[in-house]
Design a protein around this ligand. Structure first.
Ligand code: TXA
Ligand code: MG
Length: 505
């Protein structure tokens, strides 16, 4: 245990912070996004100390912070045209670029990858400290691994007091969610983590930019596979597109939790809070200004956590502008990410588990094997008769037209199957509701199959139809299986042997 120095932002405090960094010590400091836990990026021992202080898994690389273009050559091996263009537009600011790393950078900074994440923060205190230290500064968010990121010095101390040399108190971070992590070693650039610079802004600046959806584990950005941004309480996301629907859902969930003897805190928009009474409830700004929610999100999660509630019910924000980053963090806080090191577990849901979902299961498994993706697929029915076989028509089609062996006996959907799956795909909206009724906390993980693939509508039940209807169902599900595999390959950073949920390659 060391004594953590509290530093201000006067000249001698900043000098002291820089001196500690140069001496290989850890110093937390404010940035415009969240507080960072800094160490000299060129000092392997100091970099190592960051991982110990945070309890951070060693395979999760750090972001290197610089204060000027003159420091680039110490950190990266190449700074391609697209990076130059983006830096010109967004630096200093909340954009992190993944670039080829400089061979002399300690490998621990980028957890053994051949790339390095780099950003130039837009905060006078951060820039001053980096300049005074005279070295690039590796800095993850200054929280214990898995906890919400800190937006004040008090949050930093709550997690890291006694574990770090100093914290510089520069007030609250303005943006409140972390920087956007953009991989520019691929074309088009790929967003690995949504953040302070929005996808809309990036596209306006450089045209096509691909975006990964947040609930996918991506070996390309190892940090994304861990449970993140999570308070101690269980976070449950609340569905609803109108204020009335949201309030109704909140009321139902509050009642449900209370009946189990659980205490509940609510995190909501100002609009919802105005029409819904609950204590404790924290309002974090308008639904129409997601920047307000971003700025207050982590503080609100910490505040509710400090009250020791069992459950935090949390309104969803529209995924527009900073709403994308807000929803990414909330889904991670709610998701739980069971057993992140194992295979990617997919659950397909229909009614009887004799036709649509088992057909999708067989086709998806075959497509995944062919693509070299490590995916574990199961299916279940909302009102299945356990043990029932696959419908004869569907089975005959799979065996004859696709050469697939079918061995299936129906399974009934239950809470355990839901809790084990990392993504749950349903044939219809009713099935999705049935999953949520079993486990409301699955909200961030359950999707209508068609919507997950960017289309709309239900997959209709062919029951009672002729052979043509069965054939078109099987063909539709085969296209869906291909679409799923393509999507995951893209998001996980394509290539043979890519192992979702596994180690970074
Ligand atoms: O706003 C921010 O970015 C804050 C402030 C302090 O700058 N920092 C921050 O760092 O959020 P951290 O360590 O909490 O998150 C870094 C993220 C992780 O998801 C990590 O996996 C990813 O960036 N990352 C780092 N290096 C990478 C690399 N070479 N390739 C892919 N992803 C990388
Ligand atoms: Mg972090």
């Amino acid at each position: 245990m060391i004594i953590t120095e509290r530093l201000g932002t006067d000249a001698s405090s900043l000098q002291r912070a820089a001196e500690l960094l140069r001496a290989g010590q850890l110093v937390a400091f404010p940035t415009e996004t969240v507080y960072g836990l800094g160490a000299n990026a060129l000092d392997p021992g100091a970099v190592q100390a960051i991982f110990s202080a945070k309890g951070r898994p060693l395979d999760n690389p750090l972001i290197v912070h610089i204060a000027g273009a003159d420091q680039l050559e110490q950190v990266v091996a190449d700074f391609p045209a697209v990076a130059r263009q983006l830096a010109q537009r967004f630096w200093p600011g909340p954009l992190t670029l993944v670039l080829p790393r400089h061979p002399r950078l300690p490998p621990g900074v980028s957890a053994g990858l051949d790339t390095v994440a780099l950003r130039m923060p837009d905060h006078p205190v951060a820039s001053a400290i980096i300049k005074l230290a005279g070295v690039p500064v590796a800095a993850p968010s200054a929280n214990l691994a898995g906890r919400p990121s800190p937006t004040t010095a008090a949050h930093v101390l709550a997690d890291l007091e006694g574990r770090i040399a100093a914290v510089v108190d520069g007030g609250s971070s303005d943006i409140g969610v972390e920087s956007t992590v953009l991989d520019v070693t691929v074309t088009p650039p790929l967003i690995l983590r949504p953040g302070g610079v929005t996808v809309e802004q990036l596209r306006e600046a450089v045209g096509t930019v691909h975006a990964c959806r947040g609930h996918i584990e991506r070996p390309r950005s190892p940090g994304q596979k861990y449970r993140h941004y999570a308070p101690r309480a269980r976070v449950v996301l609340v569905e609803g597109s109108t204020g009335k629907e949201i309030s109704q859902q909140l009321a139902n969930l509050v009642r449900e939790c209370a009946s189990r003897g659980e205490t509940v805190g609510v995190l909501a928009s100002e609009e919802t809070a105005a029409g819904f009474g609950h204590d404790p409830m924290v309002a974090v700004g308008s639904r129409h200004a997601p920047g307000q929610a971003a700025a207050r999100l982590y503080a609100a999660l910490r505040e509710l956590d400090a009250l020791d509630v069992d459950v935090i019910l949390c309104e969803r924000w529209p995924r527009v502008g900073l709403g994308d980053a807000v929803m990414d963090r909330l889904e991670r806080a709610a998701g739980g990410w069971p057993d992140a090191g194992g295979p990617w577990r997919v659950l397909l849901v229909c009614t009887g588990n004799t036709c649509r979902s088992p057909v999708a299961e067989v086709l998806l498994r075959a497509a995944a094997v062919e693509a070299g993706l490590c995916v574990e697929v199961t299916s279940a029915g909302t009102s299945a008769v356990p043990g029932a076989p696959m419908t004869a028509y569907a089975r005959a089609l799979l065996e004859r037209d696709y050469g697939l062996k079918v061995r299936h006996s129906a399974r009934r959907l239950d809470a355990e199957l839901v809790s084990k799956a990392q993504v749950i795909l349903t044939m219809t909206a009713d099935h999705r509701r049935a999953v949520l009724a079993l486990d409301p906390s699955a909200a961030g993980r359950v999707f209508l199959l068609q919507e997950y693939l960017g289309a709309a509508g239900d997959i209709p039940d062919p029951y009672g139809g002729d052979q043509d209807e069965y054939r078109s169902m099987v063909q539709g599900l085969d296209r869906a299986a291909t679409g799923l595999v393509e999507r995951w390959k893209r998001e996980w950073g394509s290539g043979a042997g890519c192992r979702p949920g596994g180690q970074a390659r």
